[in-house]
Design a protein around this ligand. Structure first.
Ligand SMILES: *[C@@H]1O[C@H](CO)[C@@H](O)[C@H](O)[C@H]1NC(C)=O
Ligand SMILES: *[C@@H]1O[C@H](CO)[C@@H](O)[C@H](O)[C@H]1NC(C)=O
Ligand SMILES: *[C@@H]1O[C@H](CO)[C@@H](O)[C@H](O)[C@H]1NC(C)=O
Length: 605
């Protein structure tokens, strides 16, 4: 049996328990497959993989077309319509300044679908439970800030991200009220309130969801004292406690529901072995072997095996986390973090290293029918006893024909694909013909103690048997390949926007949430991949052919082009401005004492 834990470990115990549960569940649903070999792997969810009704990916692509069509059908074309869509979806009046926001969006030729701003409301809703003065105080006292006073944005910080965010905010400062923004200078997100606390905040916040009588609505924002002037002393809050446990899983899982697998599963502490990769934990978001619910696939609460499959959970470069609901703005976060998302600085900056604009329009037919990936071995701090749990190491190793063909030992850090995928007989040859994947830097940050250091090795001899450095390919040249897998690094992958804007096809696996998520539809604008990568070979076989059946080049091309066209409509810098303007109007309202009475109601008067 492939794909299951090879060594007994604590991880195996809970995985076996979960497998049994899932087996019982599917046994109850119907007779189990008689061809089953006596193992407890659930076959039922996969049954249609070989059915005559077409490839499962065809169905996912078709469903995505429908989802997208119904999404854009909701586009509003006038201010009253946009305000009505707002009230229907948000249960409040739009914030003061909504008319100016709308006009700005129209001037920037933005497509206005209320769902596009869902992330803002997800991020800000818990703050409706906090005292506005406390939120303002927390923001003002944080060490890295942007201030807005009298329509001028400024910062004392010269940190390059803050400077980039400042340039973004300055483009809309004339439309912004006074406020202070706390900014996260780190790659990693900072705020993880417990699920129980967030649940309580949301319950409190729900009580403030009222549609005030339009005649009584306050339609202006308040003013703040000058930055230098300390406001009158307010109630003392307990000091914010920063946690620095490098084993981030132990911190972050408190954001999951108490009865979730992430909270209930034993914590894995031994990463010095091939990790247990448990497909059953992916069943909730996959259908017939492929990701069917992309948003759910990026949440880890139902996927406790990911604790040993992602650098962020094992050992991030830095950890500084808090339970306190601080109003902290940042560029990306995990599903349960309470940070408030802004577009990441590198997206606003359009650095060529990440965008590769020059190559982005290479015609599809001129590309190699192959998958290419280059990157550095990020994910966290890799060490001799944890690198097997890093996602990029896993992805690169499983695309190495020499490792795949070595039957003398089990894979060092991955699981062979399920035999249920229709793969070629000679997997290693097929992989070397169809992929060009490797590291350009092993990120040897680990410094061995003197007695272990070896002349000639900077400290990474532990990965030498499995990886070698390959020549880098500049972003613009990566677009000579049809398929571009995208794998998380220390946090979100900064090249994703460049991939989307290009004529190549991004295959995306991620745990990170970004500002743009609700604008994109999986299987319409990009191809989703499970974070275990168990579906990777199946995806490649579908798009490039497996030697027995033709690849679906037409489908690959269509998703690549639809993604590029859509990115050119809704992921422009103008769309980032429109997003941030909406976000900051909402933020300025939630930190105002009069917030429940504030709104834009001109359409109702
Ligand atoms: C995807 O999963 C989420 C739960 O995270 C659920 O709310 C949503 O309805 C699911 N979507 C579909 C299309 O099943
Ligand atoms: C790395 O070097 C140390 C110290 O010489 C040695 O103990 C260890 O076995 C080496 N590891 C590998 C994988 O070669
Ligand atoms: C592929 O794996 C072999 C070990 O089987 C290793 O020596 C080689 O460096 C790896 N290649 C790459 C590009 O990482």
């Amino acid at each position: 049996m492939v794909g299951f834990p090879r060594r007994p470990s604590t991880a195996v115990r809970y995985i076996v328990r979960a497998l049994l549960l899932i087996f019982v569940f599917y046994s109850l649903l119907g007779p189990s497959d008689p061809s089953q070999d006596g193992s407890f792997a659930p076959l039922r969810p996969w049954r249609r993989l070989f059915s005559s009704s077409g490839h499962p990916i065809d169905k996912l692509v078709k469903a995505a077309e429908k989802e997208f069509a119904s999404k854009i059908a909701k586009a509003t074309k006038s201010l009253p319509d946009a305000a009505a869509a707002y009230r229907k979806r948000r249960g409040r009046h739009p914030p003061p300044g909504f008319d100016q926001w709308y006009q700005f969006a129209v001037e920037k030729q933005a497509i206005i679908v209320e769902d596009f701003w869902d992330q803002i409301y997800h991020d800000l809703e818990p703050f409706w439970a906090l005292d506005p003065a406390r939120i303002r105080k927390d923001a003002r006292e944080f060490e890295m800030r942007i201030h807005i006073r009298d329509h001028k944005a400024s910062t004392e910080s010269d940190w390059f991200w803050t400077q980039i965010w400042l340039t973004l905010i300055q483009t809309i400062e004339h439309l912004l009220p006074d406020m202070d923004l706390a900014l996260n200078p780190m790659d990693e997100p900072r705020v993880v309130a417990s699920w129980e606390d967030v649940n309580e905040y949301l319950r409190e916040a729900a009580k403030t969801k009222t549609m005030a009588n339009p005649k009584e609505v306050v339609s202006n924002f308040g003013k703040l004292p000058p930055v230098e002037q300390a406001p009158p002393d307010q109630e003392q809050m307990p000091p914010v406690i920063w946690e620095s446990d490098k084993h981030y899983w132990r911190i972050v899982r408190r954001g999951c529901p108490p009865d979730s697998p992430a909270r209930e599963a034993e914590v894995i502490t031994d990463f010095d072995q091939t990790p247990a990769i448990a497909d059953p934990f992916s069943l909730a978001h996959m259908r017939d072997g492929y990701v069917a619910n992309y948003t759910l696939s990026t949440s880890f609460c139902h996927q406790p095996d990911l604790q040993a499959l992602e650098g962020i959970f094992v050992e991030p470069l830095s950890v500084s986390a808090t339970k306190s609901l601080l109003p902290m703005f940042g560029g990306s976060k995990l599903a349960v973090n309470n940070d408030i998302l802004l577009p990441a600085p590198i997206y606003w900056n359009e650095e060529d290293r990440f965008v590769g604009a020059e190559g982005a329009s290479i015609p599809w037919e001129a590309k190699h029918a192959m998958a290419a990936w280059r990157g550095v071995a990020t994910g966290g701090r890799n060490r001799p006893n944890n690198w097997r749990s890093f996602q990029r190491h896993r992805f690169v190793a499983m695309n190495n024909a020499s490792i795949l063909s070595d039957s003398s030992q089990p894979p060092p850090n991955f699981a062979l694909p399920s035999p249920r995928y229709p793969l070629p007989d000679a997997l290693p040859d097929w992989i070397s013909a169809n992929t060009n994947i490797g590291f350009t830097d092993m990120m040897c940050l680990y410094v061995p103690p003197p007695e272990e250091s070896e002349p000639g090795f900077p400290g990474c001899n532990y990965t030498v048997p499995f990886f070698s450095i390959v020549p880098s390919i500049p972003m613009a040249d990566q677009f000579h390949f049809k398929i571009l897998p995208d794998i998380d690094g220390n946090s979100f992958s900064g090249r994703y926007l460049g991939f989307l804007k290009s004529t190549s096809l991004p295959i995306k696996s991620t745990l990170w949430r970004e500002w743009h998520d609700s604008r994109l539809v999986a299987w319409k604008h990009f191809v989703p991949m499970d974070n275990r990568f168990g579906d990777w070979f199946g995806l490649l076989a579908y798009f490039l052919g497996n030697g027995k059946t033709q690849g679906r080049d037409d489908v690959a091309k269509k998703i690549a082009m639809d993604g590029r066209d859509w990115a050119a409509r809704v992921l422009r810098k103008e769309d980032m401005q429109v997003y941030v303007l909406r976000l900051l109007l909402e933020y300025a309202r939630v930190v105002d004492e009069r917030r429940e009475m504030m709104g834009w109601v001109d359409d109702l008067l």
